[in-house]
Design a protein around this ligand. Structure first.
Ligand SMILES: Cc1cc2nc3c(=O)[nH]c(=O)nc-3n(C[C@H](O)[C@H](O)[C@H](O)COP(=O)(O)OP(=O)(O)OC[C@H]3O[C@@H](n4cnc5c(N)ncnc54)[C@H](O)[C@@H]3O)c2cc1C
Length: 534
């Protein structure tokens, strides 16, 4: 299953470039901006340039700035949240290289909120200090617009889907892509390829992610034999706005931080029955509590009551959320906001070293599609924009070692795919529905095996000539679902975001990463010493 389409490299148009960067979120844009100083850059993105998870980020970006904060504290908060599976070295890199990267963004003209001339630092769940820099509740948009404005010289291809990686002798040689407007397939031969394709929230029916997050980069790399890591860990956000049209707009934790209260169908505040931190308990605890309340009620959501937060303060601090809620006809002084959990952030992904390089030479992965080891079994809020920023910077720095190589195109071809008409939308819906039901917030051996049986039954998805966006995304969703389910079945314990009713406790024996290469799945032999108990 190494390629997704039939093609012959001798018969398609081709280009050459030092760098191919795939994806236009924070990781891809930052990489493109830095790489253009060292060589020619092709930036390919499957939708419009600004469409990504990054553009939707609300809360902010974590960074130690205050005199009363410390690197040690941010490192420990990250490792504690990661539930024993963070790689300490990677976390140290993330935290210590944050200030210089943030300073660079500010120097580029990106505006974060200030108070008395200093950066205003917010607090989010599980951080022990105020260290979240933000731009209103549209931090992502501010960063993305800022980075897009400095891309002069980069060759940008919007509406261009990367279909396959071209790899020879474990060295990346380029990519096969399709211009979705012109309907044309082409190749870019390159010295360095950087995958910055984001997460995979669309594995589940309910997600805060835009429709671009379908696990493409993970699937592209896996099909060429790159090692994947921590594939069982998906973080669910407890409070997404429960829109009737299926949209799950994120309602940031910061609102619960300001005093928002969760109430069940009967209007009863329920979090005190589940955790001593009430509404600010860890995300997985709040998500499971909400599911438990929903299962006892006749509605498929609970309520967020923000009537105790001053309306003008709410409007000023959370302008996008206020606008969204108001459009739904909700008056926050009188009405409750319907919320439910939704898939939000993927901790698992393509295994990389500290420079973002994967197990394939010249192929880098950064941002949410990568697994650098900083997020462990559960991500600490506001660390993901930071991970995309810090590790894409390191990737460009490291990748210079390939720039003296010569680009020598090879002959690549494939003809094992079948052109068939199948109900792509129907299959995609079924997969997402079953993933939500069986591999979502609550898992068990039975539910995971049910999912694996469905995947086995629909193995034909792997053999379809996936030459358009819908088919190619279905293929990626299929592959990532399979690896997530296999890993979740192997992890016979509950840890971080992974919860199993048949193994509800954490088990020290399982404090190991699960790795995948092809259809081989195994525990990493390394010993991890990064657990912090509080
Ligand atoms: C609603 C919401 C709020 C969030 N709030 C925060 C926050 O406050 N702080 C924080 O730290 N994190 C937050 N996160 C998480 C954070 O936004 C993401 O983890 C991060 O932005 C990922 O960045 P990225 O560059 O890796 O990927 P993305 O920003 O998702 O970009 C991926 C890009 O790859 C492109 N792409 C994908 N597949 C292909 C393909 N086959 N070919 C070509 N292009 C492709 C996509 O079109 C997209 O441009 C939030 C996430 C969401 C959804």
């Amino acid at each position: 299953m190494s390629y997704s389409v039939n093609f012959d490299s001798n018969e398609v148009e081709s280009y050459m470039s030092d760098y191919v960067i795939v994806g236009s979120g924070i990781a891809g844009l930052n990489a493109s901006y830095l790489a253009k100083s060292y060589g020619e850059v092709f930036l390919l993105t499957k939708d419009r340039l600004f469409r990504s998870n990054s553009s939707l980020a609300q809360g902010g970006i974590a960074c130690v700035i205050s005199q009363i904060d410390s690197f040690q504290s941010h490192i420990e908060d990250t490792i504690y949240a990661g539930a024993g599976l963070c790689d300490r070295e990677a976390v140290e890199v993330l935290v210590k290289e944050a200030p210089s990267n943030i300073k660079r963004l500010i120097d580029l003209g990106i505006n974060f909120d200030k108070k008395d001339g200093q950066l205003e630092l917010g607090r989010e769940g599980a951080h022990s200090a105020n260290r979240i820099i933000h731009a209103g509740d549209y931090t992502g948009k501010e960063i993305i617009n800022g980075l897009i404005s400095v891309l002069d010289g980069v060759k940008i291809f919007e509406d261009t889907l990367v279909l396959d990686l071209l790899v020879e002798d474990n060295m990346v040689k380029g990519i096969l892509a399709k211009n979705l407007i012109l309907n044309q397939i082409f190749i870019v031969w390159a010295k360095v390829v950087i995958l910055a394709t984001g997460g995979a929230g669309n594995l589940f029916l309910n997600t805060t992610n835009p429709d671009t997050s379908t696990g493409d980069g993970i699937s592209l790399a896996a099909r060429q034999g790159a090692v994947l890591k921590d594939m069982e860990f998906m973080q669910f956000h407890p409070t997404a706005l429960h829109g009737k049209d299926g949209e799950r707009f994120l309602i940031t934790e910061a609102i619960r931080g300001e005093g928002g209260i969760l109430r069940n169908e009967k209007g009863v505040r329920f979090m005190p029955f589940y955790h001593k931190l009430n509404e600010l308990a860890p995300r997985d605890v709040v998500s499971r509590a909400i599911l438990s309340e929903i299962s006892k009620s006749k509605i498929d959501y609970v309520y967020l009551d923000v009537s105790n937060i001053d309306k003008s303060l709410f409007k000023q601090r959370f302008p996008s959320i206020f606008e969204k809620i108001e459009k739904m006809g909700i008056d926050i002084e009188k009405d409750y906001i319907p919320v439910s959990p939704a898939a939000h952030y993927y901790m698992g992904g393509i295994a990389t070293d500290l420079n973002g390089e994967t197990t394939i030479k010249g192929l880098y992965a950064c941002g949410e599609c990568a697994c650098t080891g900083v997020q462990g079994a559960n991500r600490l809020a506001s660390n993901s924009l930071l991970e995309g920023l810090v590790f894409s910077t390191r990737a460009i720095s490291d990748s210079k070692k390939y720039l003296n190589n010569k680009i020598v195109p090879s002959h690549f071809h494939n003809n094992d795919k079948i052109d068939v008409e199948i109900d792509i939308d129907g299959l995609k819906h079924e997969l997402r529905y079953l993933m939500e039901k069986n591999v979502g917030i609550i898992r068990s051996e039975n539910s995971l095996k049910t999912m694996l049986n469905w995947l086995k039954l629909h193995e034909n998805i792997l053999y379809i000539n996936a030459d358009d966006r819908a088919k190619n995304e279905l293929l990626s969703l299929y592959i990532v679902s399979k690896y997530m389910t296999m890993s979740a079945l192997l992890r016979k314990e509950s840890r971080g975001s992974h919860f199993r009713t048949d193994y509800p406790e954490e088990n020290e024996m399982y404090r190991k990463h699960i790795l995948i290469r092809g259809d081989e799945i195994y525990f990493d032999g390394q010993d991890y010493s990064t657990k912090i108990d509080r």
